[in-house]
Design a protein around this ligand. Structure first.
Ligand SMILES: [Fe+2]
Ligand SMILES: [Fe+2]
Length: 366
């Protein structure tokens, strides 16, 4: 899952280091708008959902989930032994950050799906079963990442995270847009890294990347589930409101990812990737995929699209610098105001850019 929210300045916290045998508990990174979100929703509305308009497809997807293709996939092998020690300090730092962010996102997916499954079980068994299978997958993903963190002498305290994270309430249709996009973008992110490392094995800095191919198929299936669910609730992807919300969520997800990834481009460099080109590819692919269900998608090919995102990247650098200065808090805040305002204006301009009607964008797929 990735956060479907707007832009703030990124931040991370220094981590205590333990040993693989006695991992230190890692404090979650300081909450900013860029860190993964935890969600909650209207469970009664979810339970009351009528699936009949697309029940056959949902039943078929559930049948796929039951097969549990990755049951035996997430098993650590000898390759992990000593792999963490081979990373130089800078790569180690950015890689740990990547593991932590990914683990938190996977875990936030697990919590949401698990809670949904539990709360709607009696009234909507098919939907509840789908969510239970997805929770199973996300728990596996989060657990696998957390084990990799233990290789670096760190562990995310998932129990603490569950109890102490702030939960964002989203109406069901917003959960659909946000989670659909985060699953599909997750698929494209993982598969792009996997394919790149397949061609450039010398850049495979850690064996966890070997698992990405099957892993991203889980995310792809989760995305397909939300696609089918939105088609079962056609009002979520029909009409003016839906078009505006889809634009908003596409933009929020793309902008958040772009700004975050450029800010931690060292991680991508360690894999032999350029963060900007990687994100442009992932954004183009996710946008294209979204046209299968969203009524509109963004014109990401428009020359102004990335010019504006780059301005946000620049503003965020200025915000980080203001944060790092030794000025008193009120002065800092005052120095930050123009950059916040500039970000808001850029986001508004991005939102107002003419979208592309999905039926015109990809007629063959629809
Ligand atoms: Fe996942
Ligand atoms: Fe997923």
């Amino acid at each position: 899952m990735v956060p479907p929210t707007a832009i703030a300045d990124p931040a991370s916290a220094a981590a205590p280091i333990g040993t693989p045998d006695a991992p230190a508990i890692k404090d979650p990174v300081r909450d900013t708008i860029l860190t993964p979100r935890f969600y909650t929703t209207d469970f009664d509305a979810m339970a009351a959902m009528d699936l009949r308009p697309n029940e056959v497809e949902l039943e078929a997807i559930c049948e796929e989930f039951r097969k549990d293709y990755n049951r035996h996939h997430f098993v650590r092998n000898a390759e992990f032994e000593g792999a963490a020690d081979k990373l130089d300090p800078e790569t180690r730092r950015v890689f740990i950050e990547f593991l932590e962010q990914s683990c938190t996102s996977e875990f936030s997916g697990f919590l949401l799906y698990k809670e949904l499954s539990r709360r709607i079980k009696a009234k909507n068994p098919l939907l509840a079963e789908c969510f239970a299978h997805m929770a199973r997958d996300e728990a596996r993903h989060a657990g696998f990442l957390n084990k990799a963190m233990a290789d670096f002498g760190l562990q995310l305290d998932l129990g603490f995270l569950t109890a102490n994270k702030a939960y964002t309430f989203f109406k069901p249709k917003f959960i659909f847009y946000a989670t659909y996009l985060s699953e599909k973008i997750g698929y494209w992110r993982y598969i792009a890294i996997y394919r790149h490392l397949e061609k450039n094995p010398e850049s495979k800095i850690f064996p966890i990347f070997n698992f990405f191919e099957n892993w991203c198929q889980d995310e792809n299936r989760h995305g397909d589930f939300f696609d089918a669910l939105m088609k079962a609730q056609p009002d979520t992807v029909r009409g003016l409101q839906a078009r505006l919300w889809c634009r908003f969520f596409l933009l929020a997800v793309f902008a958040t990812m772009y700004v975050r990834d450029v800010a931690r481009k060292e991680f991508y460099e360690a894999l032999g990737l350029d963060a900007r080109s990687y994100d442009m590819y992932v954004i183009a692919k996710t946008n294209e995929t979204s046209a299968r269900v969203f009524p509109v998608v963004l014109n990401v090919e428009h020359p102004k699209f990335y010019t504006r995102l780059e301005r946000i990247v620049g503003n965020n650098e200025a915000l980080s610098q203001a944060d790092a200065s030794s000025s008193p808090a009120p002065i800092k805040a005052l120095r930050k105001v123009p950059f916040w305002a500039a970000n808001a204006i850029e986001m508004a301009k991005l939102f107002l850019m003419a979208p592309i009607r999905s039926e015109q964008f990809q007629p063959a797929v629809r």
